[in-house]
Design a protein around this ligand. Structure first.
Ligand code: AMP
Length: 437
C-alpha cells in the first residue's frame, strides 16, 4: 500500500515524502482512512509502530478547512509526559509544514505567560499534559467547547501515573459532538472502561497483540550473583560493574539504561561519568529546562548513554537506540514492553539486556507470560559472572564526557585511590558522590 491510497491531500503527501517514508506502517494504513471518515478509534499499538503519524496526518487534513479562534482550540491532544507532548508537537511541525496550522504546547515547567499569549492568538491544535491543561482551564485561559477532535495518547501510561481522574475532568469540559481517538500500548480493563465512556462506536485497531514486545529485538538476561537481601548497595555496585562491562563490549550507537528509582538513576549516571562514559540522566524530578537540555544533547549525539526512569522515558522517539539495558527488572510487566520498545524501532534490530538476581524471579516470570516467551540468558555476560569479578572489558569505549581533570591535591589523591579499589560502599542512601563507582 502507498500513502497516496489513504486519501491524504497532496501537501501532506509531499511532507510525508520529505520525511523519507516509503509506505505507511500497518497502524497508519488502518487508522488514517477511518479517521478521515470521522470514526472514533481505539488503537492498541506499541510505540515505534508509527502511531503518532497515524493520527497527526489525518488531523492536519481535517483541520485544513476552518480557522482557529482565540482561546478556542479545534483539537486537543493529551499526552502523559512533557517529552511525549513535545514529540507530538514536533510531528505536527514536520508533517504540517505545507499547511498553515497553529499549535500550542501546554506543558508543565514552562512559562504560563508565553502559553497564554499563544492561546490568545488562537490555535488549531492544543497539545497538553493533564496537570497543566487543568491549571490553564481553572484560570479560564482556554475554552474546550470548540474541540472537534480529542486524542488521548498513551492511555495506559496515564493510568499508571494516576492521571485518569484528570483526564476525565478535562473531557468533561468538551462538547459531546466530537471525534475521539485513544491510543494505548496495552489494554487493561481500566482503559477499556475509559474507552466505553469516551468513545462512540469506536473502530478497534490492534497492531501487535497487547503487550507483545517487538520481534526484531534480541532479549537477554544477565544474572548478578548476590545473596544478601538487605545489602542493596552491594547489589547495585555489582550491577554497575556489569553495566560498564556491557557498555564497553557492545557496539552501541545510543543506549537507554532504565532504573526503577530516581535516586538510582542519579547514582548510575554519576558512576558512569566517573568511569569516563558519555552519559546523562532523565527522571521526573528534574526541572523542565534540565530535561529539555538532556534530550537535546542526547539527540544531538554528544551523549550516547541516557540513564532514565520509566516516567521520563515513556514514548520518547529517539532514533537509533541500539540497546536498552534494564539496570533493574521493571516492577510492572507492561513497563518491560515499553522500555524494550525504545529499541528495534522502524524495522531496525535492537538488543535488550536485563540485569537480575535471585529475588527478581517472580517479576521475570510475569514478564515472560506478558510477552509470551522466556527471555534467554546472555551467554557472553553470564559466562563472566561465573568467572567472578572479572574485570574484562572495563575500560570505557568512549572518551570521557567530563574530561576536565582537577589538579591532584592530597584529598584528590585519596579519591582516586578509593575509586580504584572497586569495593561496595555499604553506606546506605547517603553515599558521598566521590564514593560512587
Ligand atoms: P511512533 O510509533 O509514532 O513513536 O513512531 C516511531 C518512528 O517511526 C518515528 O521516528 C517516525 O518518524 C517513524 N515513522 C513513522 N511513520 C513511518 C513510516 N511510514 N515509515 C517509516 N518510518 C516511520
Amino acid at each position: 500500500m502507498n500513502f497516496s491510497d489513504l486519501g491524504l491531500s497532496d501537501e501532506l503527501l509531499r511532507a510525508v515524502a520529505d520525511s523519507g517514508y516509503l509506505e505507511p506502517t500497518p497502524i497508519q494504513a488502518d487508522a488514517i482512512p477511518l479517521i478521515l471518515m470521522g470514526r472514533d478509534i481505539l488503537g492498541c499499538a506499541q510505540t515505534g509502530t508509527g502511531k503518532t503519524a497515524s493520527f497527526t496526518l489525518p488531523m492536519i487534513d481535517i483541520l485544513s478547512s476552518g480557522r482557529a479562534r482565540a482561546r478556542m482550540p479545534r483539537t486537543l491532544i493529551i499526552a502523559p509526559t512533557r517529552e511525549l507532548a513535545t514529540q507530538v508537537g514536533d510531528c505536527f511541525d514536520t508533517y504540517g509544514k505545507y499547511s498553515k496550522l497553529t499549535k500550542a504546547l501546554i506543558i508543565g515547567g514552562e512559562s504560563f505567560d508565553e502559553q497564554y499569549k499563544t492561546l490568545d492568538k488562537g490555535v488549531d491544535v492544543l497539545i497538553a499534559t493533564p496537570g497543566r491543561i487543568l491549571d490553564v482551564l481553572a484560570r479560564g485561559k482556554v475554552l474546550l467547547n470548540d474541540v472537534k477532535i480529542l486524542v488521548i495518547d498513551e492511555a495506559d501510561r496515564m493510568l499508571d501515573m494516576g492521571f485518569i481522574p484528570d483526564v476525565e475532568k478535562i473531557v468533561s469540559y468538551l462538547g459531546k459532538i466530537r471525534q475521539t481517538l485513544m491510543f494505548s500500548a496495552t489494554m487493561p480493563e481500566e482503559i477499556r472502561a475509559l474507552a466505553d465512556n469516551f468513545l462512540l462506536n469506536p473502530k478497534e485497531i490492534s497492531i501487535n497483540p497487547p503487550s507483545t514486545a517487538g520481534k526484531n529485538i534480541d532479549h537477554r538476561l544477565i544474572k548478578i550473583n548476590h545473596k544478601d537481601k538487605k545489602d542493596s548497595e552491594s547489589l547495585n555496585w555489582k550491577k554497575r560493574k556489569k553495566l560498564r562491562q556491557i557498555l564497553s563490549k557492545e557496539d552501541i550507537s545510543n543506549v537507554l539504561i532504565f532504573c526503577n528509582r530516581k535516586r538510582v538513576v542519579e547514582i548510575v549516571n554519576k558512576s558512569l561519568l566517573k568511569h569516563g562514559f558519555n552519559s546523562s540522566c532523565l527522571h521526573g524530578d528534574m526541572p523542565q529546562n534540565q530535561r529539555t537540555e538532556t534530550m537535546r544533547t542526547f539527540k544531538s549525539e554528544n551523549i550516547n548513554i541516557l540513564v532514565c526512569s520509566d516516567v521520563a522515558a515513556r514514548g520518547l522517539d529517539i532514533d537509533d537506540i541500539s540497546h536498552v539495558i534494564n539496570f533493574d527488572v521493571p516492577l510492572h510487566p507492561e513497563d518491560y514492553v515499553h522500555r524494550i520498545g525504545r529499541t528495534g524501532r522502524a524495522g531496525k534490530s535492537g538488543k535488550a539486556f536485563t540485569l537480575y538476581w535471585g529475588e527478581d524471579d517472580q517479576l521475570l516470570s510475569k514478564i515472560s507470560s506478558t510477552i509470551g516467551k522466556q527471555i534467554p540468558l546472555s551467554e557472553l555476560y553470564n559466562k563472566d559472572e561465573t568467572n567472578k569479578d572479572s574485570d574484562v572489558g572495563l575500560e570505557p569505549r568512549k572518551k570521557p564526557a567530563q574530561p576536565k581533570k582537577k589538579k591532584t591535591t592530597k584529598s584528590n589523591k585519596n579519591q582516586n585511590r578509593i575509586v580504584k579499589e572497586e569495593t561496595p560502599t555499604g553506606l546506605g542512601d547517603h553515599i558521598p558522590a566521590f564514593l560512587i563507582k
